[in-house]
Ligand binder design. Structure first.
Ligand code: SF4
Length: 449
């Protein structure tokens, strides 16, 4: 046992945020303390992301800062976790003399052992990928709060040609449905108000025949006042059963994050996305008919190898047809080790930026129009706290994950559900007046006006 202080920084997606909570659970069980003060740290861990070049460059920059710190604190242990550990283990250990510990997403159980090795002057390296590891029995270390994320599965078998995830997080494996439901029960008892179920591709979740719809329904049954969200879906695995499950459970948010990536079938084929735009639009139309008021967000890549301006126009066309509430939009970044890396990155940087700008501008316009159309309507908002901009206002989120800002009052409590009448909107935020400060029952919670 020891009482060294661990300082952790997390980069990248929600899966990494959930992993950091698992890592903290493992280290606390081993007697480590978690500190938020870098100065007090005996061990510094960076939980990293490799999805794009700039994500990795950020980490190299941060390691530079620690080099200075280490010169004044020679016993400080610096460790790299996450996707970069898996992808760049050799470079991190050999080139970056500053790094003492490199542990990939499937070897966190042995992290205390690797840190102990580093304290004795050896390098602690654990980067094996597992076909079974789900950390099912590990209780993530979570501070009290309103929202929690739970990783229900790990890895991905899709092998989209531009993506490093299958190489950094391994093959798909699902946690046991009972352990997830127990975790949701624990969070409900602790006063959490929203849970997001996470996976690189949650729709292919399967635990001895229980598929993702079964898991979602079981989590929704735990507490009707607990909102359930999930991300990320893959069009190929989004079943009708899942759509009916969302429609049938009031507390499953009517919001689906469904990456499209491109509007061109030729590019989708080169990306190995395994669906056509026609198939994708069928799912969107079906979801709209099965789930009244359902809203969508997506991921889009601009400038994939060989993308023509016509292909790009097809992407804009899909965005106009679906009308997403929001999107994560990036220009193509070649990743070594992926199939697309062997394709010539033949779209000029200037064109990538121009196309990405057109995509972002279009999405901004659509988000603005969608939010304008909500003026005059009443939204159920989960109160999260004071607005970032002023103590006179509070903010929260709607069922479709929009931020809503409203005047604060003593009767409004964090974690409560309130009704807000929308009177103004931007592309990113709704503004309104509170018309009911407490929605005592489930029935009131989901009554739409
Ligand atoms: S579905 Fe494709 S993009 Fe998503 S994590 Fe898997 S391989 Fe990557």
């Amino acid at each position: 046992m020891n009482n060294n202080n661990i300082y952790i920084e997390t980069y990248g997606c929600q899966m990494n945020l959930a992993d950091t909570e698992i890592v903290m659970g493992i280290l606390k069980n081993y007697g480590y303390q978690i500190t938020k003060e870098l100065e007090l740290a005996d061990v510094v861990l960076l939980n990293t992301c490799s999805v794009r070049e700039n994500a990795e460059q950020r980490i190299y920059g941060r390691l530079g800062n620690f080099k200075k710190l280490k010169s004044s604190k020679p016993n400080l242990i610096v460790g790299i976790l996450g996707c970069m550990a898996e992808r760049l283990k050799k470079d991190l250990i050999e080139e970056k003399k500053i790094v003492d510990v490199v542990v990939g997403p499937d070897e966190y159980r042995r992290l205390p052992e690797f840190i102990d090795m580093a304290f004795t002057g050896d390098k602690g390296i654990g980067v094996k990928l597992s076909r079974t590891e789900t950390y099912d029995d590990i209780t993530p270390y979570r501070e009290d709060g309103l929202q929690a994320w739970i990783s229900v599965m790990r890895g991905c078998d899709k092998f989209c040609t531009y993506c490093v995830v299958p190489f950094t997080r391994g093959r798909e494996r699902s946690r046991a449905i009972n352990s997830i439901v127990e975790e949701v029960k624990g969070l409900s008892q602790r006063g959490f108000r929203e849970v997001t179920l996470l996976g690189q591709n949650v729709n292919s979740y399967n635990d001895s025949g229980n598929d993702f719809s079964d898991l979602l329904a079981a989590c929704a049954d735990v507490d009707p006042m607990l909102r359930i969200r999930f991300t990320t879906s893959h069009p190929q695995d989004l079943s009708d059963k899942l759509l009916y499950t969302i429609a049938a459970n009031q507390n499953i948010c009517k919001y689906i994050h469904l990456p499209v990536q491109s509007g061109s079938n030729r590019i989708l084929k080169l990306m190995n996305r395994t669906y056509t735009i026609e198939h994708y639009m069928e799912i969107i139309d079906k979801a709209k008919s099965i789930i009244p008021g359902v809203s969508f967000s997506t991921d889009v890549i601009a400038g994939f190898p060989t993308e023509t301006y016509e292909d790009h126009l097809m992407t804009l066309e899909v965005m106009r047809n679906v009308r997403y509430d929001g999107a994560y939009m990036f220009k193509y970044s070649p990743r070594e080790g992926t199939k697309a890396f062997k394709m010539e990155d033949d779209i000029a940087e200037e064109s990538k930026i121009k196309r990405l700008t057109e995509i972002i501008d279009l999405q901004q316009r659509i988000s603005y129009e969608i939010n304008q159309a909500l003026i005059g309507t009443e939204e159920t908002v989960l109160v999260e706290g004071f607005s970032k901009k002023s103590e006179k206002f509070m903010s929260g989120r709607t069922d479709s994950n929009k931020v809503a800002v409203f005047p604060c009052s003593e009767s409004i409590k964090e974690g409560s559900y309130i009704k807000v009448k929308i009177n103004r909107a931007t592309s990113g935020t709704l503004f309104g007046d509170v018309i009911s400060t407490s929605l005592p029952s489930e029935k009131d919670l989901y009554k739409t006006a």
